[in-house]
Design a protein around this ligand. Structure first.
Ligand code: ADP
Ligand code: MG
Length: 681
């Protein structure tokens, strides 16, 4: 059998130098090499009439050599010219410094050429073409793969190396999918698929190969996610909350009427809580859709049934805010809430820890500080994590393990397209709040370029003069990027000392101490600061109803979902609010993305567009969603295959939850290879 884990250096044509270049492309083994898929293809299979060749295109032409090659000596270079003709026109092929070509072409013979065409005023040329004599298909006559590359490695070289790699495995790859699936969906076998994804004879073959590989990739992901979900369900017999505690007891005491969507998700949560299965639910809702109150009502039910609740937020500011809203409603009902963040005094902390262990605290709201070992609950029954993408899977499980199979609700304000959410979060049940509370004012959004700077600044001043406050957000590509940090600080200083010198301006960035950040944030909340300049640390959940302007610098550097989050920081009070996206660059995609932001306030629509404009690689490659990157699948294009894969995966897991049956051994191997770190089967 063939050893796919063999070092790529053993492939023909790979010397020490090239090993390093391949490693840069993350190609280490033979397997990596043959699954290094092309990003595009060039069709060198269908010749065009010379007359029809368009300026700038790459084309294959077929013609007879009508004169001997001419050689033109320039200062340092030599140019070779060859005139060819087909039935429609003549064309001059040109090369530089390739003296070996001199004696190759014979007058009167037919050749095929592939290269870049220039067609100026009917004078047609093809520059540095690759060629074959008629009847041969070495460089032309086929579809040629184009690979994503680093510098110093040419397409030709990599293509040759991959060809050599494929020769090693030719026909010897062990089938990864069971035969019944291959027959049922008429899939290519693995050997053909791998060969044809690199070197298809026609595009139909490419499609067949790609379909098969995409199907496999998505099926494996689905199997892994379902296994994960199964683990959660079967291992854990959850708490069964009392049917006598009614959520409506609290709902009728709220100062507002819940939306239909809120009521619907509460019913879903209520059902989970009253059943003996362990709740593992993702609550998705747009910014401002009212997730907090849903968490509060769920917490109420848990507390009244005799359990404690943990609410974990990613920042101290957000945790304090939650405490405030919880207390404003729950204190009167005899429910005891406390805040645990790292900045509280030791004395206060010890007091909290003791009361927590004695069961005198019903709801503990806090940050990562809650993860510490000495935080011990008497009877933890419900865990809520807010803005879940900020926490890793591990942190979630640390807090969950402080109880005995508590119910878990994760809340996320990063909506992803409905169709995908159901499929991608295979390990969680999903509730969606798809409706905003009534009377929300639309936030007017403008995308502007440099030339508008002064008008924007004047507009900000006018708003502040009317009593409002503003955010200005700068992108910090990486928290550790010193250069970038410096430029953010420079800009902040400029705004502070020049542009807005008459106003109270402060800035905030991730490198500051938590205490400093909290202080500035609190001052902003209390209206002591007019303009808050910040890197994206304010992205998450802060609530300052008096702020009416959100300016985003270099908006083109943010993802749409992120911009939407930022915009959600304004429009939280009674005032008309604005979002100004300053952007640079003329690319069409940039403009389209800005337009999406101006056209809609619906987070779900935005996420769908984001996915469409960026492609799923970017969207799901991020740790935000905890989904590994795909080698070949594209969640936007391949949604149909994804659905089929999901159906198949569900049937397989239903029938054989631990993938133990003989026919499923292959799947077990594949899922472990890809997801082994996350799941146990
Ligand atoms: P998010 O989903 O972004 O976390 P919040 O829970 O912070 O949103 O809610 C935003 C604001 O809307 C809060 O001030 C909250 O009190 C208010 N709110 C929530 N639900 C309703 C409702 N049904 N009607 C009116 N206001 C509501
Ligand atoms: Mg929130």
């Amino acid at each position: 059998m063939i050893d796919l884990e063999k070092d790529v250096k053993y492939v023909k044509g790979v010397g020490p130098n090239r090993v390093q270049l391949l490693n840069k492309l993350k190609i280490y083994t033979l397997n990596d090499l043959i699954t290094y898929f092309p990003r595009d293809y060039e069709d060198r299979s269908k010749p065009k009439n010379i007359y029809e060749c368009i300026d700038g295109e790459e084309a294959l032409i077929e013609g007879t050599v009508i004169a001997r090659m001419s050689e033109i000596r320039l200062k340092k270079t030599t140019m070779y010219k060859l005139v060819i003709r087909d039935e429609t026109a003549t064309c001059t092929a040109t090369w530089f410094n390739q003296s070996y070509l001199k004696n190759i072409f014979k007058v009167g013979e037919k050749y095929k050429f592939f290269g870049k065409i220039s067609n100026k005023y009917g004078k047609i040329e093809i520059s540095s073409p690759v060629f074959d004599i008629e009847g041969k298909n070495n460089n032309t006559g086929k579809i040629i793969p184009i690979y994503p590359l680093t510098y110093n490695l040419s397409q030709n070289t990599l293509r040759k190396i991959i060809e050599n790699g494929l020769e090693l495995v030719d026909g010897k790859l062990e089938e990864t999918l069971p035969e019944n699936l291959i027959n049922r969906f008429k899939l290519l076998n693995i050997n053909d698929a791998i060969h044809k994804i690199h070197f298809p004879n026609e595009f139909k073959e490419f499609n067949q190969a790609r379909n098969r590989l995409v199907f496999e990739e998505l099926l494996v992901m689905q199997l892994a996610l379902l296994t994960l979900k199964n683990n959660n369900m079967t291992n854990a017999k959850g708490i069964q909350y009392s049917k006598d505690v009614k959520m409506s007891e609290l709902i009728c005491k709220l100062p507002f009427k819940l939306t239909k969507a809120q009521l619907r998700v509460l019913e879903e949560i209520d059902n989970d809580m009253e059943s003996n299965k362990c709740m593992n639910r993702l609550l998705q809702g747009d910014v401002g859709s009212g997730k907090t109150v849903v968490a509060m009502i769920s917490a109420y039910k848990a507390v009244k049934s005799g359990y404690q609740v943990a609410i974990m937020a990613p920042t101290a500011i957000l945790a304090s805010q939650h405490l405030e809203s919880f207390e404003s409603i729950l204190s009167d009902l005899g429910i005891n809430c406390e805040l645990l963040i790292s900045s509280i005094t030791k004395k206060k902390k010890n007091e909290i820890l003791e009361k927590l262990q004695q069961g005198k605290i019903d709801i503990l709201i806090g940050t990562h500080a809650m993860l510490e070992e000495n935080v011990i609950f008497k009877n933890l029954g419900l865990v809520v994590t807010d803005e879940q993408h900020r926490f890793g899977v591990k942190q979630r499980s640390t807090i969950v393990n402080k109880g005995q199979n508590p119910d878990v609700l994760v809340m996320s304000a990063t909506p992803i397209p409905r169709t995908l959410a159901l499929i991608l979060y295979g390990d969680l049940d999903i509730s969606i709040i798809d409706e905003l509370p009534p009377n929300r004012k639309k936030i007017d959004t403008f995308a502007v370029t440099r030339g508008m700077e002064e008008r924007v600044n004047n507009f900000i001043k006018k708003q502040i003069d009317e009593g409002r406050q503003a955010y200005i957000v700068c992108p910090l590509v990486e928290e550790n990027d010193e250069m970038n940090l410096k430029s953010v600080i420079e800009l902040a200083e400029k705004y502070k000392n020049e542009t807005f010198s008459d106003y109270k301006v402060e800035y905030l960035h991730g490198k500051m101490k938590a205490k400093e950040k909290d202080e500035i944030m609190n001052n902003f909340k209390d209206g002591k600061i007019d303009i808050l300049i910040a890197t994206t640390v304010i992205e998450v959940g802060v609530n300052v109803p008096n702020a009416s302007i959100m300016v985003v610098e270099n908006a083109e550097r943010f993802g749409l979902a992120q911009l939407h989050q930022l915009r959600g920081r304004v429009g939280r009070g009674e005032y008309k609010s604005f979002c100004i996206l300053k952007y640079q660059g003329k690319g069409e995609v940039v403009r389209k993305r800005m337009k999406v932001m101006c056209d809609t306030n619906d987070g779900f629509v935005i996420s769908e567009k984001d996915l469409e404009l960026r492609g799923s690689g970017d969207f799901f490659g991020t740790e935000q969603h905890g989904i590994p990157e795909f080698k070949i699948a594209n969640l936007f294009e391949d949604i149909k295959i994804l659905k089929v894969a999901q159906d198949v995966a569900m049937k397989i897991i239903e029938d054989d939850p631990k993938l133990q049956k003989n026919e499923n051994i292959k799947f077990k191997k594949l899922t472990m290879q890809k997801f082994g770190e996350r799941i146990e089967i």
